[in-house]
Design a protein around this ligand. Structure first.
Ligand code: KG4
Ligand code: ZN
Length: 339
């Protein structure tokens, strides 16, 4: 069963064709250049760019997969969480196609996409998860530990009480005058730095068992360290921030895994920040298997949405009333929808 998946939850216009966990095509049109000068995603610009590019990415996804619209058995779309007016563009297009082609529609949670991302074909040795497993989603908008009892059965175990990890890395990079988006730039700068060069506190030290992540205190401390700008070394500052941010993340993750005991064998990691090689190194020892998405599937993409939709299709979770389908900007992965 081929699925055409559409994803427009943030600043990437994406379409993909998937079949089970096989990715037949995966097209990502990044809007980074449009948002760069503002230092963050501007929703109205994102919406307009999605509208301009959506037909192009869908056509390309079909061409790359060597198939036509008629070969597709279902249409999948991200309905949340994400930016409301950005989500709307993908939802409108998916509904339009589903009606025009008389195909079923599948609504997908963006976070579920990041969770199943490591299953994608190019990573097939990891295609079978040992349930229950733990998922860690680290992106610009999310920092969450989720217990995966089965595909489709999720419990949020820990989440950030303020900033997301990616958001914090982006803000720190901005304070250092590095480029946007900041996570990757900060990683580059940090490679040449000494993470112990400056004093910078660890978030929630000694309280890692509270099932919470927090990055706003670290951000404030970093602001004080960086300002007023003086002779401090940018690589050292970058390395210090990254070190504390990742140490906090791994400590909470480790505590949570310890607490749940030895029946958790797999840790699945997804989201844009998982592209960071230092973070991947630190997470690698935390569980019997630590599974990452294939290269190119860390950040937002529609292939992961198509894979999640494939599992929903197998469970018969198609949209019953297309008129009810609407954007869910704050959709929690543990909330069921009844459309
Ligand atoms: O998953 P994603 O593409 O979009 C959201 O759903 O938010 O994640 C974007 C986030 C940004 O904060 C970006 O700075 C971060 O992922 N990121 C990185 C790296 N590449 C992207 N963070 C750290 N190191 C990287 N190499
Ligand atoms: Zn994402």
């Amino acid at each position: 069963m081929k699925i055409l998946a559409i994803e427009t939850s943030c600043d990437e216009t994406c379409a993909a064709v998937t079949q089970g966990i096989d990715v037949l095509s995966n097209v990502v049109w990044s809007q980074v250049d449009l948002h760069k000068e503002f230092g963050g995603v501007v929703p109205s610009i994102a919406k307009r760019a999605h509208e301009e590019k959506i037909d192009f990415v869908i056509d390309k996804a079909l061409t790359d997969a060597r198939c036509q619209m008629l070969d597709v058995s279902a249409i999948a779309v991200t309905v949340g969480p994400g930016l409301a007016i950005a989500l709307e563009v993908g939802i409108r297009k998916a509904k339009e196609l589903a009606v025009k082609l008389n195909k079923p529609l599948i609504a997908v949670n963006h976070i579920e996409g990041h969770i199943v991302g490591p299953m994608a074909d190019s990573n097939s040795q990891f295609s079978i998860f040992n349930f229950p497993c733990m998922a860690l989603v680290v992106s610009g908008g999310h920092t969450e530990l989720i217990l995966v009892e089965a595909i489709g059965k999720y419990k949020i175990i820990a989440r950030t009480i303020d900033d997301a990890l990616g958001e914090a890395l982006d803000k720190a990079a901005r304070m250092l005058g590095l480029g946007y988006p900041g996570g990757a730039e900060l990683e580059k700068a940090a490679r040449a730095g000494n993470s112990q060069a400056y004093k910078l506190p660890l978030p929630m030290l000694g309280r890692e068992n509270q099932n919470e992540f927090s990055y706003s205190g670290l951000k404030t401390a970093f602001y004080r360290l960086v300002n007023p700008p003086g002779k401090k070394s940018i690589p050292d500052l970058a390395a210090c921030f990254q070190d504390r941010a990742f140490t906090h993340l791994t400590r909470v993750t480790q505590k949570t895994l310890q607490h749940l005991g030895s029946n958790i064998q797999d840790l699945l990691v997804g989201g844009g920040v998982a592209a960071n090689s230092e973070l991947r190194k630190r997470l690698s020892g935390l569980c019997e298997r630590v599974l990452f998405p294939a290269k190119g599937l860390y950040g937002d993409n529609a292939a992961m949405i198509g894979i999640a939709a494939g599992f929903k299709a197998a469970r018969g979770e198609f949209i019953k009333d297309i008129n009810l389908v609407d954007r869910l900007p704050r959709w929690r992965i543990d909330q069921k929808i009844d459309w």
